[in-house]
Design a protein around this ligand. Sequence first.
Ligand SMILES: Cc1ncc(COP(=O)(O)O)c(C=O)c1O
Length: 393
Amino acid sequence: MKEDFFKYQAPTTPFASGLEISHASGSKIYDKHGKEYIDMVAGVSALPLGHSHHAVVKAIQQQAEKYLHVMVYGEFAQEPAVRLCKMLSNSMPDPLEMTYLVNSGTEAIEASLKLARRITGRSQIVAMHNAYHGNTMGSLSLMDYEERKAPFRPLIPNIKHINYNCLAHINQITTSTAAVIVEAIQGGAGFIKGDKRWFQQLAARCKEVGAMLILDEIQTGVGRTGTFWYFEQMDIVPDMVVSGKGLAGGLPIGALTASTQHMEHFKVAPMLGHITTFGGNPVIAAAACATVQEIISRDLMNAVMDKELRFRESLQSKHIKEIRGTGLMLAIILHDDRFTSQIVDECRERGAIFFLLLFEKRAIRITPAYTVGDEDSTKAINILLEVIHKFYD
Ligand SMILES: Cc1ncc(COP(=O)(O)O)c(C=O)c1O
């Protein structure tokens, strides 16, 4: 299979491991030789309940037997999508009550940018330095890494970058600004937490100048930081919340939630302002409902906070400069980036899956399922520490 993987499946990097997957369950992945790996990445924060959780699989199976796809998004009332939108509305404060379902995080970001332009009649978008919001043209335009953007220009115009967590930059948001888009915790930049005072002033400034505050909760959402949404900890109410990744327990999804008044803009002038064939797909929506239900009913957000403490206690080494993030969105920062990817590779060879971050090259990502067992965590962390010491001692 590996040969065909490299021959037929389009690559993203020259360095893919091509680990040949046989099956996965909970926090374990098995390769085709039967070797077991403890998964500390959870599909890059996309598996809050781990691999093939029985509640998610059951919801998928039950829905698959009823219908897979009957109509493009927004025409017919399909119970799983309706239920999911209602659950998302219940999880957020007023006036965030209406959700548009799409197929990926980046697609939900695109929808949010379009909606902000449509609501305000303005075009400027303020984004953060070192942000990551996805890879389609609009989302890519929000990035400020010139080397990643330059080959794809021209991108969408009128994007301004300010510093995350910088109070002094907030007044660069003006009455020309359609929207400010911000990650709840900066992921690719190194799991940098948003400061509460900054978020509150950012929200106040947006209100003052009539700009939409779009909060990207794609990675932080559905409980990963110990609350269902990270913005609950910031005591703000954004104009739009974008979610995805873990929302459907391992199936592709994106969601944009806003007020009814704002969402109405997609249906007039022009009608069909945003459309998608598969957004709100019933099988995926059923998986998402089961995922959300399980996280809430099993009190998994409390488990997330307990597990964070255990991770922080066990990640002790003179070679670890810092542990960033919160809940089960954690990253260790090494003193330099000399061996990061070799450490990740060797951990995998020894049976523990960790991963890198996009921009912060000294970081190793620890974003396991909320259901990861203590024994597995300890084993994986011991492997990580041993390998770090092997490279640095
Ligand atoms: C904060 C954030 N925004 C947007 C995205 C893009 O989501 P997707 O890969 O589903 O398009 C990601 C994915 O890593 C993300 O972490």
